[in-house]
Ligand binder design. Structure first.
Ligand code: C2O
Ligand code: CU
Ligand code: CU
Length: 499
């Protein structure tokens, strides 16, 4: 059996790059070397407790070699049963796995079906998706399909958990909405931040006839990429602390600073920021432009030519990069121009290596979709996001399960003004709906990357954003919150009720 420890030794014996940063301290006993501690029911606290003081030594991100591992593609899940044009049924198991996240070492992570990144579920509007989840973790989990229009009992209520150690729950997603770039993650009360950090994040690509009628890059040239950060100890195990500002290792599809071989042609990348709190500002290292074609709720009305995209936690950007202008042999980087850590580390994300040519018949048409008309709003509300003294609030209140903060009449169209007086960034996510961003800092949004269907919007320090949504389709209780998971877990979350 290959243990994590023997892997490490092998790595060192063969002189694998990066092993130097992953040395096991001589003081570490067998218990300290056991990966089991990292997944104890008590989470990070239990892990630290069971592994002693030596485990508190941080991995220095600078010691991790950059761009030596290939970026894996997220595995596509296969239904165990399909009824054509009616229903696809999946069985996913929530379980621990040991993955090579850092070169030459194994990290204990939490996964859907052993995938890190989690699997891709492919769905079609009008065709129901049924997911049987079995939870083999020692903690309760509630799976939320982010951005989906689903009934409240399938939305991943924070208190309705899949029991630990073998419990099951079936979630039904009717896919009664247009194509969208969705994803799923844990939403268990006060635990979602750590479970997402430990790896529970999967991709859910909902398509429809409109999207399929376009000849966008597809198949191997349509690549979902989960972007996030993490912090490790010197035994390559994840270190979770609420509100941690020291997550300085950047992961793309579950690998630290990987590379991706690409053909000299157009690629569609479905970027999803699954980080707890990090904002990414992504740009090509040569400053070249690319096209943003979509966001959270699917395609934009028209492609936008950009030289960077900003995605806050939970947000998605659907982009097309054309590598045909590069000679075979060219390498370039997808860089993060955002802040929050040592710049040499956090500015690196993913390296592209143009290693071949390939035919390309795909096109990015100048019109992608028609957005639904905006009905007139009849209700206006204001929400203020604030943090201080270890508590995070919306309109002065920290989240309390069962308290209804916003009562909404079924079918109502509302405009919500969300203000972040600062300091510090936030964002704002509403369950059940895809909303429109109608104004940012007093300026109407009539074009650009935010002119589409959204479920999560940046609200940077000092910013005010107006969003508009129509609450229809389902009655019941749903959440809205800052999607910086640590902030939500600290209380920046509230409940709406449609009735
Ligand atoms: Cu990603 Cu409450 O959601
Ligand atoms: Cu959500
Ligand atoms: Cu926040």
């Amino acid at each position: 059996m290959i243990t994590r420890r023997s892997m490490l030794k092998t790595g060192m014996a063969t002189g694998a790059v990066g092993a130097a940063g992953l040395l096991i301290p001589a003081t570490a006993g067998p218990a300290a070397a056991s990966p089991a501690g990292a997944a104890s029911p008590a989470g990070a606290a239990g892990a630290a407790g069971s592994r002693g003081a030596s485990a508190a030594v941080d991995l220095d991100p600078a010691s991790v070699p950059k761009f030596t591992q290939a970026m894996p593609l997220a595995p596509t899940a296969t239904p165990y049963m399909s009824m054509p044009m009616t229903m696809d049924c999946y069985a996913l198991t929530i379980q621990e796995a040991d993955k090579e996240v850092l070169p030459g070492a194994l990290t204990r992570v939490w996964t859907f079906n052993g995938g890190f990144p989690g699997p891709v579920l492919k769905a079609r509007s009008g065709v129901r998706t049924v997911v049987d989840q079995t939870n083999n973790l020692p903690v309760g989990i509630s799976v939320h399909l982010h951005g989906a229009h689903v009934s409240a009992d399938n939305d991943g209520d924070p208190m309705v958990l899949i029991p630990p150690n073998g419990g099951t729950k079936t979630y039904t997603y009717p896919n009664s909405q247009p194509h969208a770039n969705l994803w799923f993650h844990d939403h268990a009360h006060h635990a979602e931040s750590e479970s997402a950090f430990r790896g529970l994040a999967g991709t859910y690509l909902l398509t429809d006839d409109i999207e399929q009628s376009l000849n966008l890059p597809s198949g191997a040239y349509d690549v979902p990429i989960q972007l996030r950060d993490a912090r490790f100890d010197d035994q390559a195990q994840l270190v979770y602390q609420m509100g941690d500002q020291s997550r300085h290792v950047i992961l793309a599809n579950g690998k630290a600073w990987p590379y991706l071989n690409v053909a000299a042609r157009k690629y569609r990348f479905r970027l999803c920021n699954t980080a707890n709190t990090r904002f990414f500002t992504l740009a090509l290292s040569d400053g070249a432009t690319f096209q943003q074609i979509g966001s959270d709720g699917g395609l934009l009305p028209a492609p936008v030519t950009v030289n960077q995209v900003v995605i806050s936690p939970g947000e998605r950007a659907d982009i097309v990069v054309d590598f045909s202008k590069y000679a075979v042999g060219t390498t370039l980087e997808f860089r993060n121009e955002g802040t929050g850590g040592p710049i040499d580390q956090i500015s690196k994300v993913l390296q592209f290596r143009v290693d071949r040519t390939a035919a390309d018949t795909s096109v990015v048409p100048s019109t992608l979709r028609t957005l639904p008309a905006l009905p007139a709003a009849t209700v206006n509300r204001s929400f203020t996001l604030a943090m201080g003294g270890g508590v995070a609030t919306i309109n002065g209140l920290a989240y309390e399960h069962g308290r209804i903060d916003t009562e909404i009449a079924y079918g109502a169209t509302e405009v919500w003004t969300v203000t972040n007086p600062g300091p510090g960034n936030h964002n704002f996510h509403v369950h059940l709906v895809q909303f429109r961003v109608i104004e940012r800092n007093g300026t109407p949004v009539t074009s650009g990357p935010e002119y589409g269907l959204k479920d999560t919007v940046r609200v940077g320090s000092g910013e005010t954003v107006k969003i508009q949504a129509t609450f229809t389709g389902y009655r019941g209780q749903y959440l809205y919150h800052c999607h910086m998971f640590d902030h939500a877990a600290m209380g920046m979350m509230a409940t709406l009720r449609v009735s």
